[in-house]
Design a binder for this molecule. Structure first.
Ligand SMILES: [Zn+2]
Length: 345
């Protein structure tokens, strides 16, 4: 079906450019990016340019601009998977992340350009159940290779930590936050290395060497969690967003989540009262929020109970507020925060 792709691609381009007008025009063939708020005259002008470009591609028998540098194009749905792909490929592949830095991923809407990127990707790495729009787009664009991380590990039910199951997950019953267990990340890393080695066998040895380094780093992270969370005064922790079920299960902790698996699920007054009673009886010291969202109800709860607040980062995206420059460093910061809250060592 490659030939059909050649013919359809210019039309796809037209559609992409039409949809793109809300967010400004992409830079393409000398058409400069424009801010939002286009007049309809400008939009018509842009459409004419798009048509001309598409016809030029057809006339030249050329479907689309070739990949800029001939490198494998890896599309990671969100930061943790971009971290894996980047660690394994170094500068031998181009890695792009769909959810932009500092953006909460659970209700992210893809741009038409990103949907086109999925189609052309050498490899897509994502976790089903984080964002319904990404799940749909990956299914519809049928990229050459896909690593769906949730298919590689044992999934936990979203409700297993006692939090409300969020309807915002589109009826997805499993907890999607698999990346917060370093052991899961080792499994994902292996799958990513295998997929990219198959796509780019010339660099397979380098990918395997980088995989070995990454696996050693994740193994050491796992060991620091194991030893760091031994002999603590408490084993439960209170968080706004039920993102830490896999981490809790791996290291013998109990996650008490105020909201559901998506952080904007508002807890009911009944739920807040239950949480407050449990937090008191367990002698908890801290209400954890994440870096991307800090809901009012969590502040209120902390004030009411006289607890401190701190950050436990679900690593759904990097931001200026992240306590570390990469997955490994932020996981180390999370460990320190848990140790402090739970009176470890
Ligand atoms: Zn989440």
């Amino acid at each position: 079906m490659r030939d059909a792709g050649l013919i359809f691609r210019p039309f796809l381009l037209i559609m992409v450019l039409m949809f793109k007008t809300r967010r400004g025009f992409p830079s393409l063939g000398g058409v400069a990016a424009e801010p939002t708020g286009w007049s309809s005259a400008k939009r018509r002008g842009g459409l004419a340019v798009a048509l001309a470009l598409a016809l030029a591609f057809l006339g030249a028998g050329c479907a689309a601009p070739p990949p800029q540098d001939g490198k494998p194009q890896i599309v990671a749905a969100m930061y943790p998977f971009a971290f894996l792909a980047g660690s394994i490929t170094g500068d031998r592949a181009d890695v792009t992340t769909l959810v932009p830095p500092g953006t909460e991923p659970h209700d992210y809407e893809l741009t038409p350009h990103q949907i086109a990127q999925l189609k052309d990707a050498t490899l897509v790495v994502y976790q089903k159940g984080v964002d319904a729009a990404i799940d749909t787009a990956v299914a519809q664009s049928a990229p050459a290779r896909v690593v769906e991380t949730g298919s590689l590990v044992q999934l936990l039910l979203a409700s297993s930590d006692g939090a409300d199951t969020g309807e915002a997950t589109g009826g997805y019953a499993d907890d999607p936050h698999t990346w917060l267990d370093p052991n899961n990340m080792m499994v994902f890393a292996e799958a990513v290395a295998e997929a990219i080695s198959a796509a780019d066998p010339a660099n397979a040895a380098a990918y395997q060497a980088n995989l070995a380094t990454l696996t050693a780093q994740l193994t050491s992270l796992d060991a620091s969690y194991r030893s760091g969370l031994t002999g603590c005064q408490r084993t439960s922790f209170l968080t706004t967003h039920a993102a830490f079920g896999y981490l809790a299960k791996q290291y013998g902790l109990q996650q008490l989540a105020i909201a559901g698996v998506t952080p904007e699920d508002e807890p009911s007054p009944k739920r807040l009262a239950e949480i407050a009673a449990t937090a008191r009886s367990l002698g908890l010291t801290t209400v954890f929020f994440e870096t991307l969202i800090s809901p009012d109800y969590a502040n209120t709860l902390a004030t009411d109970l006289g607890l401190r607040t701190d950050v436990l980062d679900p690593i759904e995206g990097l931001s200026a507020a992240s306590r570390g420059a990469d997955y490994l460093q932020i996981m180390a910061s999370n460990l320190e925060a848990l140790r402090q809250a739970n009176g470890c060592g």
